[in-house]
Design a protein around this ligand. Structure first.
Ligand SMILES: Cc1cc2nc3c(=O)[nH]c(=O)nc-3n(C[C@H](O)[C@H](O)[C@H](O)COP(=O)(O)O)c2cc1C
Length: 227
């Protein structure tokens, strides 16, 4: 079964895409969800692992927090094409449709988004995903006041991770999202170095920044959601 088919069937069954966990207190009533979005075309690799680490740290902050990873790896998503205004709603049919309901979930109060560094820029997949999120701006800014933190993974220690974080943050400002960095040591977001043949857990410093990002996003999310 290919990834697209798997996603379609999983969604049809009403299940989560990759990880979804119930609130730690077992209650279904008062919870807020933090979505992690991994924008590497390589499913389950270093970016996804880093985003998952951030989500795990976020979840440990408070029992009201639920997390879910959306791994864009293996999905086919096109960028915005001409002929329709970005405000006219859904424009093309592709795998973006599979994740759109998750992005529109009213329980979502926070995002953690990660991209690999590709030539000192965000990945093309990250860019097309962000372009397609234009549909979340009308009829109202659905992502406004959603806390969001950004991480980036590169193969070099100074490979452009901070540039990628800033590029993504610039886009998110157009949604009036509430951009946060991480706890001290990761103020700009999480920066990871893939030096050990795709085993990103070997980058202890970088993994620590991912956890610090997750904690800060969780704190901000709890402040921003109505009590
Ligand atoms: C087309 C391409 C360009 C890349 N450019 C950079 C770069 O400019 N700086 C860097 O540090 N790493 C660069 N890398 C390496 C990736 O950022 C790195 O392998 C990352 O861990 C990949 O993320 P993933 O494991 O989630 O796919 C590049 C990789 C590719 C495929």
């Amino acid at each position: 079964m290919n990834r697209r088919k798997f996603m379609a069937e999983t969604l049809a069954a009403g299940a989560a895409v990759s990880i979804a966990s119930a609130p730690a207190n077992g209650s279904k009533a008062k919870f807020v969800k933090i979505l992690g979005i991994s924008c590497s075309p390589r499913e389950g690799k270093t970016t996804a692992t880093a985003v998952k680490a951030a989500l795990d740290a976020a979840k440990r902050v408070d029992r009201r927090i639920e997390v879910e990873l959306i791994d864009l790896g293996g999905l086919e998503i096109s960028g915005w094409s001409g002929g329709a205004k970005a405000t006219e709603g859904r424009q093309i049919r592709d795998d973006f449709d599979l994740i759109l309901p998750k992005l529109r979930d009213p329980n979502v109060g926070g995002w953690i988004i990660g991209s690999p560094v590709y030539f000192r820029s965000m990945s093309a997949l990250c860019k097309v995903f962000l372009e397609r999120c234009a549909v979340l701006r009308k009829p109202k800014l659905l992502l406004a006041d959603t806390a969001v933190g950004v991480l980036s993974v590169g193969a070099f220690r100074n490979g452009g991770q901070e540039l990628v974080i800033e590029q993504i943050q610039s886009v998110l400002l157009c949604h009036e999202m509430m951009i946060v960095g991480g706890k001290p040591g990761a103020h700009q977001g999480a920066t990871l170095w893939n030096f050990a043949n795709d085993d990103i857990t070997k980058d202890e410093f970088g993994m620590d920044t991912a956890r610090k990002l997750g904690i800060r996003v969780a704190e901000a999310t709890l402040r921003l959601v109505p009590k």
